[in-house]
Each structure stands twice: as C-alpha cells, then as structure tokens.
Write a protein that binds this ligand. Structure first.
Ligand code: SF4
Length: 70
C-alpha cells in the first residue's frame, strides 16, 4: 500500500486558505469540493484562486478567457 504524501502535498499546494484541515490531503480536498460543485484551489490560476470562488462555472469561464494557464 502506498503511503500518503501529505507533507509533500502541503509544500506544493496552490491553495491560499491556510486554515483548511484538508490541506495536503488531496483526496479529501477533491471530494469536499466536488460535493459542492467546485474544484480544489489548485485548479485555478493565483488571481482567481485568491477569490475563493471554486465553482466549476468559474473554472470554465476562466479557461474560456485565459486558455490553459498551467
Ligand atoms: S482547495 Fe479547499 S479543501 Fe483544498 S486545501 Fe484549499 S480550502 Fe482546503
């Protein structure tokens, strides 16, 4: 069984909400956002991520405006 890489994930996390208990636990992070029709903060460019609008609608709108940014 693979070990969780939570410490490494935290270092690479693109989310600016530092108080979140899911930080670095990407499987929990993804599930919590998908349940709300959202995507994790790391799916957005920094200027959009910092608005904390994680909606899939905003992801699509951002992609249409910026094209791939990653
Ligand atoms: S993207 Fe959401 S669940 Fe993931 S660390 Fe940031 S605030 Fe927490």
């Amino acid at each position: 069984m693979r070990e969780c890489t939570v410490a490494k994930n935290k270092k690479n996390c693109g989310c600016s909400y530092m108080a979140c208990g899911n930080r670095g636990i990407c499987c929990e992070c993804l599930q919590s956002h998908l349940k709300k029709g959202q995507l994790p903060g790391c799916c957005f460019p920094p200027d959009v991520e910092k608005t904390y609008d994680r909606s899939i609608e905003t992801f699509v709108k951002t992609f249409q405006e910026k094209g791939p940014w990653w």
